[in-house]
Design a protein around this ligand. Structure first.
Ligand SMILES: NC(=O)c1ccc[n+]([C@@H]2O[C@H](COP(=O)([O-])OP(=O)(O)OC[C@H]3O[C@@H](n4cnc5c(N)ncnc54)[C@H](O)[C@@H]3O)[C@@H](O)[C@H]2O)c1
Length: 273
């Protein structure tokens, strides 16, 4: 098989959640560029319309909140009818978790302390970053099993699944650890149906998350310092990995946690006060 054939996704039916901005947009772009049909799901109407228009006729936008189970299930049914089934699903939608217990300078941050956390905030982060990933993967499995032609499910986890960090909001950590563990559990269950389940675990990418803080040179200094490559990443840099996991190039890869972080996770643990 040639390299082109291994990475071929022509005609595949793809669904991406959280696709209007950032990493989700990059996943949708590379899939469409390589000839797949892509349904982009997002709750930001304006950004979704702009992204769908930029990608072109292979893209369809569906406006919904991923915590709305019924709407998500209907979107999967409609995408399957429109695109000829479901082959590749990116469970990607996510939000930041607000302030951590430390500021980037290492000072204590009153708003991020565990005893001050707003319970509604915890519930929201878990609902979007963990429970909606479960719902998305469940729908993907249901469609893929019924079709009987295998498939690839890819969750956007984070290096936050493997380490603890004071400047990222506390609810984010268990949500991403949960996503990464769910990926392993489902890979074990779904392997016999040739449904592969993998996690992409990014480090700092310049996206819209946390009010686009990675785009701000000042705000991203802590992450630049900790990265072996001394920089944060552009969203285009996620595309080759997304194409690899979506295509037959990764035919023997399942249950994996693909770290793409400029070596940030290797940094020594920060000192605590
Ligand atoms: N950017 C990073 O540095 C980084 C690092 C590790 C992991 N991640 C993860 O990558 C994923 C994508 O984040 P991003 O950085 O591209 O952020 P982003 O804010 O640029 O994009 C997230 C998209 O998800 C959409 N979204 C948010 N909540 C939604 C909801 N309830 N229903 C439907 N759509 C919703 C937003 O409108 C947006 O278009 C997230 O799961 C995030 O945790 C990002």
């Amino acid at each position: 098989m040639s390299l082109d054939q291994m990475f071929d996704v022509t005609g595949k039916s793809v669904i991406v959640t959280g696709a209007a901005y950032g990493l989700g947009r990059a996943y949708a772009e590379i899939m469409a560029e390589r000839g797949a049909k892509v349904t982009l799901i997002d709750n930001n109407a304006q950004a979704l319309a702009a992204t769908v228009a930029a990608i072109g006729p292979q893209a369809t936008g569906v406006l919904l909140d991923v915590t709305d189970r019924a709407a998500l299930a209907a979107a999967f049914d409609q995408a399957a009818a429109r695109q000829g089934g479901v082959d590749v699903v990116f469970a990607n939608a996510g939000v930041d978790a607000g302030p951590g217990f430390l500021t980037p300078d290492g000072a204590r941050n009153p708003d991020g302390q565990i005893d001050a956390l707003d319970d509604a905030h915890w519930d929201k982060v878990i609902a979007i970053n963990l429970t909606s990933v479960y719902d998305t993967m469940k729908l993907a499995a249901r469609h893929m099993k019924a079709q009987g032609r295998g498939g690839s499910i890819i969750a956007t986890s984070s290096i936050a699944a493997f380490y603890v960090d004071g400047i990222v909001g506390t609810p984010y950590m268990p949500a991403k650890a949960g996503v990464s563990h769910l990926v392993k559990q489902l890979a074990m269950e779904l392997g016999r149906f040739n449904i592969r389940v993998n996690a992409i675990c990014p480090g700092p990418f310049i996206t819209n998350i946390a009010g686009g803080r990675m785009a701000n040179v000042e705000d991203r200094q802590a992450f630049v310092r900790w990265s072996c490559l001394r920089r944060v990443a552009e969203t285009d840099e996620i595309k080759p990995l997304a194409l690899y996991l979506a295509s037959n190039a990764s035919s023997y890869v399942t249950g994996s946690q693909m770290v793409i972080d400029g070596g940030l996770i290797l940094r020594p643990a920060p000192e605590l006060d």
